[in-house]
Design a protein around this ligand. Structure first.
Ligand code: BGC
Length: 346
């Protein structure tokens, strides 16, 4: 069961009110002609009718594929006309896509920026076009978002996921110190370090250990850019270099952890016996490995909850809501996943 997410009963109630307001207008959006957002809101088109442009940083990302599918199901299920664009990990390409959506006068945008550093420019563009916008997955700073009150970020607080990864190691019988030398020796396989998720998971996973009074030794930290193959290569090289010294493999996401697992198995090491392995996301493949004992644990990055939250925030914006500075981040909780509860997420 997907517990703990902040898509609350209150939010559900407001969604119901919005759908009730819109139900006289029919739910098919296919014939909707482009009109400025304010007109749409005034017509009561805040739920189920309207054109939505969605920009994803790249389609070829395991977690964002799950997220994209969830968004599509919710938006189309409500009757919106939705177009998804693949940014192909290229900010210039995504900028063009945003400009095209603006030229088409979409009613709202949902944007997963390619680069967090492009946030200022993206925000200035959508503000200039007066398009209600929900940013997802890559969180800008509160100051950046304060520039536009019809903009909100829906995502997770990545610090929480890092802390949970550390706790998964603290919950093992020897608290990650397999060789009993009093020090937890680990390698860190990082996502794209430009992304705050990668920065915080790297920092807070280790902080959970040191906050518990444990000594740690970082054998290696390398960027794997969220990518399975890179996770495999980094783990393979480190296993060859450091051998049994490695007690814990921290991966900023599951796709890299699945890659690392391939290297661990090729090196004839056994997870939960002579090495620990943790990821983030709770991808199906990782949940299977947690159940089979081939991953120590993972952390649910609730794609469905975030997609629901993003649509809810978008509908609030379409209904005329504006967001005050400092109140433009809406968080969905992460959940720790162990063999005991993994089946709940499968
Ligand atoms: C996910 C990664 C994903 C990244 C994309 C993170 O929150 O954990 O799996 O690659 O977002 O930005």
């Amino acid at each position: 069961m997907r517990l703990l997410r902040k898509v609350t009963a209150m939010a559900m109630a407001s969604m119901m009110v919005l759908s009730m307001a819109a139900c006289g207008g029919g739910s098919s959006a296919s014939a909707t002609t482009a009109a400025p957002a304010e007109t749409k809101a005034a017509e009561g088109g805040a739920s189920g009718s309207g054109t939505i442009g969605v920009c994803i940083y790249k389609f070829d990302d395991a977690f964002m594929t799950t997220y994209r599918n969830a968004l599509q199901e919710i938006l189309e299920g409500k009757g919106y006309t939705v177009t998804f664009m693949d940014g192909k990990n290229d900010q210039a390409e995504q900028n063009n896509q945003i400009n095209n959506f603006i030229a088409q006068e979409v009613d709202a945008l949902i944007i997963n920026p390619v680069m967090t550093s492009a946030a200022d420019q993206i925000i200035a563009t959508v503000k200039d076009a007066n398009i209600p916008t929900v940013l997802i997955n890559r969180e800008p700073t509160a100051d950046q978002m304060a520039a536009y009150d019809k903009l909100v970020y829906v995502g997770c607080d990545a610090r929480q996921s890092g802390t949970m990864q550390g706790e998964l190691i603290l919950d093992t019988p020897n608290k990650g110190d397999i060789n009993g030398d009093g020090v937890i020796s680990y390698i860190m396989i990082q996502g794209d370090p430009e992304n705050v998720d990668a920065q915080y998971r790297t920092e807070f996973s280790v902080k959970a250990l040191t906050d518990a009074g444990l000594a740690v030794k970082e054998l290696d930290l390398q960027r794997g850019d969220w990518d399975r193959n890179k996770g495999q290569e980094i783990a393979q090289n480190d296993l060859a270099k450091f051998g049994d010294e490695i007690e814990v493999v921290f991966c900023n996401n599951d796709d890299m952890a699945i890659g690392a697992l391939q290297a661990i198995q090729a090196a004839e090491r056994k997870v939960n016996e002579d090495i620990y392995l943790v990821g983030v996301d709770a991808l199906d493949a990782a949940l299977n490995e947690v159940v089979n004992g081939n991953m120590t644990g993972t952390v649910l990055n609730d794609a469905k909850g975030q997609a629901a939250g993003a649509v809810e925030a978008m509908e609030a914006l379409l209904g005329g809501k504006t967001y005050a500075a400092g109140e433009q981040s809406i968080y969905v909780d992460y959940v720790k996943v162990t063999p005991e509860n993994a089946a709940d997420f499968q």
